[in-house]
Design a protein around this ligand. Structure first.
Ligand code: HEC
Ligand code: HEC
Length: 336
């Protein structure tokens, strides 16, 4: 009798536990009206153990040479995984890089990574920061050795991949399960699109202005078309941008169009973080656009907006903030 009860209890507990696990395991859900994602998780099936391992790695400075910097040091959840207040990245030993840390979300839809598109595969992306001398300055085989010698990682890798062994492919797949499932699709704009929320008259006017002047590059619903363009920051670009990758004259000073989701939270702005506020960004588009041979023709002469239109666009941009995403406990650093 006692035994029977114990069995029933543990069975019910196991079912409840399974239910809890299932509800807590992030899956890649394609929001209504979005295109198909680019990254295929069929080759890297998301499991709770794999996702949690990716999250542990993301927040662990063990991936850097002197165990001082984690991915999460430069990609902070409250800033939609950008680096608040840092114009350019600030890596190991306090050395500055040359580019601003981008926000991380909806990466599964992104065809390439980095401001210049140098990386084409979500799983290969982390090699860059780990080995970059001004970011984590570490060598892959050394990281793998540290993970193998760690008290917890061997069991976590076994749970995630079903057998013993830590190698770079497993490291990158686990990180991809975490960063690839950071989906941001629950802003006020999204709820408005789904008919669940109203936007104010000014916000709606801002959406209209946005569609007329900005959406050709910052295309809905991801708020980027993933193209590379020169938006007129400099007459003579300091950073060659896309031309670093293609070596084509037409790509001098072209950078990937960034998504504007959560843009209220991701200051400072542009590839080199030169603008501290959205106000300054609007000043740039209205009367700061610099002519050059590679300036996108849509921006020649700047974008003409009157004061009311400018204010409306600014208010619209704030409807793209996804509070649920930046507060989602599944994506937060684990404190033990
Ligand atoms: C020292 C700061 C720093 C650290 C640490 C760091 N990153 Fe980054 N991250 C950056 C910067 C800066 C860029 C943009 C580089 C460029 O475009 O040249 C970037 C770009 C990225 C991108 C591409 C995003 C996009 O929209 O193209 C991803 C993904 C990413 N990092 C993930 C990671 C992961 C995973 C780790 C840990 C293994 C990590 N980062 C560690 C600063 C950092
Ligand atoms: C011709 C294409 C194009 C148009 C039109 C355009 N943008 Fe951009 N936008 C870009 C590119 C490219 C960048 C990144 C440039 C860089 O960093 O060098 C950018 C960057 C931004 C950023 C900085 C985002 C970040 O995370 O750093 C904001 C904000 C922005 N644009 C808002 C707007 C608004 C608002 C409009 C309309 C008034 C607009 N853009 C029109 C191409 C465009």
């Amino acid at each position: 009798m006692v035994l029977g009860l114990a069995c029933w209890n543990s069975d019910a507990a196991a079912r409840l536990y399974a239910l809890l696990l299932a509800s807590a395991t992030p899956q890649l859900q394609v929001p209504a009206g979005w295109p198909a994602p680019h990254y295929d998780f069929a080759d890297n099936r998301i499991s709770r153990a794999g996702f949690e391992l990716g999250r542990h790695l993301f927040y662990d400075p063990i991936l850097s040479r002197d165990d001082s910097i984690a991915c999460g040091s430069c990609h902070q959840q409250f800033a939609a995984f950008a680096h608040l207040d840092h114009r350019v990245s600030h890596g190991i030993g306090g050395i500055n890089g040359k580019r601003n840390a981008p926000a991380l979300f909806n990466l599964a839809w992104q065809p390439n990574f980095m401001w210049d598109g140098a990386v084409h595969q979500l799983e290969l992306q982390p090699i860059a920061p780990i080995s970059n001398p001004v970011e984590m300055d570490e060598q892959l085989d050394h990281v793998i050795g540290k993970l193998q010698a760690d008290a917890r990682y061997p069991a976590e890798f076994r749970a995630a991949f079903g057998s013993d062994g830590i190698d770079s492919q497993r490291l990158f797949r686990a990180l991809a399960q975490f960063i690839g499932t950071l989906v941001s699709a629950d802003s006020r704009y999204d709820r408005y699109r789904a008919g669940r929320e109203h936007l104010s008259t000014v916000e709606l006017q801002g959406l209209q202005v946005f569609r007329e002047h900005c959406a050709s590059c910052h295309r809905e619903p991801l708020f980027t078309d993933y193209s590379f363009r020169n938006n007129g920051l400099d007459r003579t670009p300091q950073d060659r941008g896309r031309a670093d990758v293609t070596n084509a004259a037409a790509d001098e000073g072209a950078f990937r169009v960034p998504s504007l989701r959560n843009v209220e939270l991701t200051a400072p702005y542009m590839h080199d973080g030169r603008y501290a506020t959205l106000d300054q960004v609007l000043d740039h588009y209205i009367d700061g656009v610099q002519p050059s041979a590679t300036l996108d023709p849509r921006l020649a002469g700047g974008i003409q907006l009157n004061a009311a239109e400018r204010d409306a666009v600014l208010q619209f941009l704030r409807t793209l903030t996804d509070a649920a995403f930046v507060n989602d406990p599944r994506f937060a650093e684990i404190h033990e």
